[in-house]
Every structure is written in C-alpha cells, then in structure tokens.
Design a protein around this ligand. Sequence first.
Ligand SMILES: [Mg+2]
Length: 247
Amino acid sequence: MTVCEPAGRRPEQQRTLTAVIFDVDGVLLASPHERAWREALVGFADPARFTTAMYEAHVAGKPRLSGARAALEALGVPDAGRQAVAYAEHKQKRLEELIHAGSISAFPDALRFVQAVGALGWPMAVASSSKNANQMMQPIRLDSGQSLLDAFSANVCGRDLLEGKPNPEIFLLAAAELRIEPAHCFVVEDAPAGIEAARAGGMAALGIARLGDAPLLQAAKADLVVTSLDEIAIDALVDGHLSLRPT
Ligand SMILES: [Mg+2]
C-alpha cells in the first residue's frame, strides 16, 4: 500500500506514484482571489457575507463566470445568472488591481516542496482554473533564481474547459500532458472540489489545510491531509509512496 488510507476505507489497488499535479491558489500562492471576489461584491450584496467558508464551498476552483453565479446564488441575489456577468467583470478588475499592487506571495513550504520534488526528477504540472495563475507565478523566484512558472513541465492553467472542478477534466489533461497515467499521479489541493476532482480522475489526492479546514478535505476523501507540505516524507516519494515524515 503506497497511499495512506483514512481509517475505515478499504485500500485501493497498489499504486506507485511518479508525478505530481499542483493546484495554484491556496496551494502554491496566497493569491488575492478570495479578497477580490469579496471586494467586488459592493453593489451586488454585502461583502461581509462573503466568508472564507462560502468561498471554499461555492467559488474556489470554478471558472470565473460559474464562480460568480454560484456566489450570487448562495447569497440569494435575485437574477443571479444575469448579474453574474457584471460581478465576474468587477472581480477580474479588482484582482488585476491587487496583482499590480503586489498582493501575491508564495507559501514557503510549497516552494520547498516543489524544489525537493523537482530534485527527484519527478514530472510536475500546474492545473488551476484561473486565467491569472501564470501571471501570478511568473515573478515568484526559486532558490536557483528561476521562475516558479518554469519548474513545471506541463501547465494547463486557465485552459478553456467545459466544466471546472470537481469535474476531473483539468487534472486528466495535466496527466496527459505529463504523459503519466492518472493512477500514478497525485494532486495537491486546498479545496474540497479539487480533492473530489482528483479522486474522480483516478488520482491520489493530498489535501493542504492552511485554513484549519482539514475536516472538509477529509470529508471530500483526500488520501492524506496536512497543514504544511513540510510534513510530507520526501524520501518515501522516491519509492512512490505518499506519507508523512516521521516525527
Ligand atoms: Mg485552490
């Protein structure tokens, strides 16, 4: 058995992991999407009602327009379908302002993990629904001086797909571009919809609970949930095993 199974679930067939696919927002970058969605609500609904829990449950991982519609519907805004177009435009404008103001930082444990896994020679992909992901990763530097964006051999961020997560399409596309069978990939995700997408695609799912939301990721059936990527045993990855570093 190479993937830690939550208690009570029957082990899947043995698998050896050889590649990793990263979500971006909330995994690699502390990007300002949630803040932009909240601040863009002015004129549509009370921004204070746009909580992190609401963002995680209804918006995270979705393409922009479906995220806008889901948020307005969750807030009970009348005519949400039509209003979503304008709300999505406001959000994008606010996001671009925040990006230009430099409101983006990388999670240090994520940069360490990307570099450690890269040093093993593993194929790595990034798969964010966001069309802004590449622009946000570009200025982030690794210890080598290279851009974070250049650490990945496949990049499917912002591709036009029919459905967002929890549909597995974006992760299946990433696996195909890595030329690795989905069963040999694991996905790193911070949102329940992303964990569901990974599982639906036949991949292992590593949940990163940066917001104290481990139970939500466990409920979505993540194979393993951590609060920092520093908790992952890099030497076990050499053998294709996703497990915790011994404490
Ligand atoms: Mg995310």
